[in-house]
Design a protein around this ligand. Sequence first.
Ligand code: PEP
Length: 254
Amino acid sequence: MRVKRVAGNWKMNGSLVSNQALLEAVRSAAEPLAAIECVVCVPYPYLAQTQQLLRGSRVAWGAQDVCQFAAGPYTGAVSAAMLRDFGCSHAIIGHSERRALFGDTDDGVAAKYEAAHAAGLQPILCVGETLDERQAGHTEAVVARQLDAVLRRVGVGVLAQGIVAYEPVWAIGTGRTATPQQAQAVHAFIRALVAERDVESAAKLPVLYGGSMKASNAAQLLAMPDIDGGLIGGASLDGAEFGAICRSAADAAR
Ligand code: PEP
């Protein structure tokens, strides 16, 4: 059985002062929840603070992006090895905001995925369609194209060592959540796509849902058979809300 996972994506939010209370709240919320994996992905400058406050806890931490190159003249970039230096175990790769605002292409995302995996990070690969693409009936084609780019580069065995997050772009930060049935349908599609290459990899691949998940809708989403957890944006900035989502995940794991 796949373990349930809850990952927070803080995006470009936080300060040394506000992070302290949030990290302490997440740490204590996760403490009794042995059945789930809990991760927070914080802005780069706060990795040292996060490492200091979460070391020895049940909460892992990671970054929201990584450079595809190992080292050298890449001004402004951060390598996977640097993330490892700060105790990161995860990195979000290919978030829709990076694809839409910072020019991440399918092939670029695949290269970042490979670099993260090679350095020992567990990539959280984000895929998902825009509203126009959904309304045009292209959801499966878009998700398949985004996944195929990574599968072509690293193969199915490596993909299954990471995590996929299905994040419909129209649900991110909008308060508009996919229904459990809508999300389940795409999650099952992702698993079937991976199963065409290798059934065992498909069975073990964690597929998280992301898009306005919060304490009030988490239980219904997490009850679906192919939804293995959540990638949480806005609600991860509130310790009580994030803790409640983690408890829903633990309940769903029972
Ligand atoms: C995200 O950005 O990954 C996300 C899921 O955001 P939100 O929960 O705010 O929709």
